[in-house]
Structure formats: structure tokens, C-alpha cells
Design a protein around this ligand. Structure first.
Ligand code: FES
Length: 274
């Protein structure tokens, strides 16, 4: 059991929680994740570690209420406990040797994960540009945090209600075409966004790392639930990832696999509401 020590609602559907987990905080690195169960009947849900504080012994997660588990999690408050909280799992993010300049691209709630990446790279002395994209102004999160964790922040909204109007891919393309030379691009967000970011960078030969979010069960490479095809080979995101080369990932297969349990998820939500 881990105790929730801080809860902050970032926007109507996205919540930040800081929990007491000293053993995980001691080992966590950017790019890794945890698997939690809200209660003893709960499903196992993977969430990327958004931040950690080794001194305080806390780990921060940020999640969007998209299904029953995340709704139940969102109902918990400071002082409440989460039943299981296991990690750190997966491999930390690895950049090409000698990387001096990176563009981190976050989409929607993916910005919650893009933020610790930017912060960690910036702290290592790497020049970091961030492109953070949202549908509209009302769901923008972590703007001030990003400003402190990068050299240049470019904020976009699909509807133009805040920042520049357009998609993150448009902004990335324009930055590359303007002569900004990135050693790597890190993309975290909806699968479709990561697919198109990878398509933008491919012709320029820029190493592109994507953080995949397939269905996970055990998180230890045993169940095969998280399998993805990368470079024509089967990989398990929980032990081989979650970061992969975006130019090698079969995004269409991942999108299709991620919708497999949508019916069951809706049924379970309905049953719980009764
Ligand atoms: Fe089971 Fe990855 S979650 S193999």
C-alpha cells in the first residue's frame, strides 16, 4: 500500500498524485513506469513515472480519467492509500551518444511524461526545445513547469485558443526546416501523434524515440499483452521499452490492439455505476 501525500487537479480530466514510495523513488529514472491496482479487485494499470524525489521518497504520477481504474484513482484523496504500486519498470530513456540538442514533443496528457524527460535532459546540460500540444486552452497543463525545464517552449492548440494554432507536427516540421538541428526527437502522446511525428522526422534522418502505451498486465515480460512490432520483430514494451525507435514501430497494429477491450471496459464501467 502506498499513501497519497499530494493531489492536484491539473485540468477537469487530468490529475497529479504524489505518493510515498521510497524504494521506487530511489531507483526511478526518466522513461520508466509503475503498475498500480487501486484496490484488491482492481485491474493492473501502467502509468509512466512523471517525477520522483529521492530525498522525500515520493513518486509522482499524472493520469487522465479515461476508464474505470483512472476514475476510481481520481476519487482518492490525500491521506488515502493505493493498494499496489510496483516499479520502477521498463528501461530508462537512452539517447544517442554525444546528444547536445533535443526536441521533446508532448501531446495532451502525454505532456505529463514529456515534462520529466525535458527536465532530466535540461539538468544534464542538453539544450531542450519543447513542443507541447493540446486541443484547446482549457486543457493546457504544466506550462510553468515546462518553461523552467527547457530552453524554448512552443505551445500549440488545435483550435488556436492558446499559443500557436496547429498541430505539434506542423511546429516540429517548421523548426527543423528553419535549420534547428536536433540530435534526437522524443515524442510522447497519442499513438497517432507519435506516428506522425515519426513521419515528420524520418526524411531528415533524426533519431526519434517514442514512448509506447500498449495494454499491459504483468509488466514483467510474462503475459505477452504488451507486444508490439518494432523493425519487423516482436518486442514486449514492458521489458524492451516502453521507449522505441519511432521509425521502426508498427503504429497501426498498436492502435488496433489497444482497442481490443473497449467493449469490456465500457461494460465494466456501466456495471460499476449501477
Ligand atoms: Fe505482460 Fe509486458 S505486460 S509481457
Amino acid at each position: 500500500m502506498v499513501k497519497i501525500v499530494r493531489k492536484k487537479v491539473l485540468n477537469p480530466s487530468v490529475t497529479l498524485m504524489e505518493v510515498e514510495a521510497p524504494l521506487i523513488a530511489k531507483k526511478a529514472q526518466a522513461g520508466q513506469f509503475i503498475i498500480l491496482r487501486v484496490d484488491e479487485y482492481g485491474e493492473r494499470t501502467p502509468l509512466t513515472i512523471a517525477d520522483y524525489d529521492r530525498e522525500k521518497g515520493t513518486v509522482t504520477i499524472i493520469f487522465q480519467k479515461v476508464g474505470l481504474t483512472t476514475e476510481l484513482l481520481g476519487d482518492l484523496n490525500e491521506g488515502d492509500y493505493i493498494k499496489d504500486f510496483v516499479g520502477p519498470l521498463g528501461l530508462p530513456t537512452e539517447l544517442p551518444e554525444g546528444t547536445k540538442r533535443v526536441c521533446v514533443v508532448g501531446g495532451g496528457v502525454g505532456c505529463a511524461i514529456a515534462y520529466p524527460q525535458a527536465k532530466s535532459l535540461h539538468a544534464q546540460g542538453i539544450q531542450v526545445d519543447v513542443i507541447a500540444g493540446f486541443r484547446s486552452k482549457d486543457i493546457v497543463i504544466l506550462e510553468e513547469e515546462f518553461k523552467a525545464a527547457c530552453d524554448n517552449l512552443y505551445l500549440t492548440t488545435d483550435d488556436g485558443s492558446y499559443g500557436e494554432k496547429g498541430f505539434v507536427t506542423d511546429k516540429l516540421k517548421s523548426l527543423i526546416e528553419a535549420g534547428n538541428q536536433y540530435d534526437a526527437v522524443i515524442a510522447i502522446g497519442p499513438i497517432i501523434m507519435m506516428k506522425f511525428v515519426s513521419a515528420v522526422t524520418k526524411p531528415f534522418g533524426i533519431k526519434t524515440i517514442v514512448s509506447l502505451n500498449p495494454i499491459m498486465i504483468d509488466g514483467t515480460g510474462m503475459c505477452g499483452g504488451c507486444r508490439v512490432t518494432v523493425g519487423g520483430k516482436m518486442k514486449f514494451a514492458c521489458v524492451d521499452g516502453p521507449d522505441f525507435d519511432g521509425h521502426e514501430v508498427d503504429f497501426d497494429e498498436l492502435m488496433s490492439r489497444n482497442t481490443v477491450y473497449r467493449g469490456e471496459e465500457a461494460e465494466e464501467k456501466e456495471r460499476h455505476a449501477c
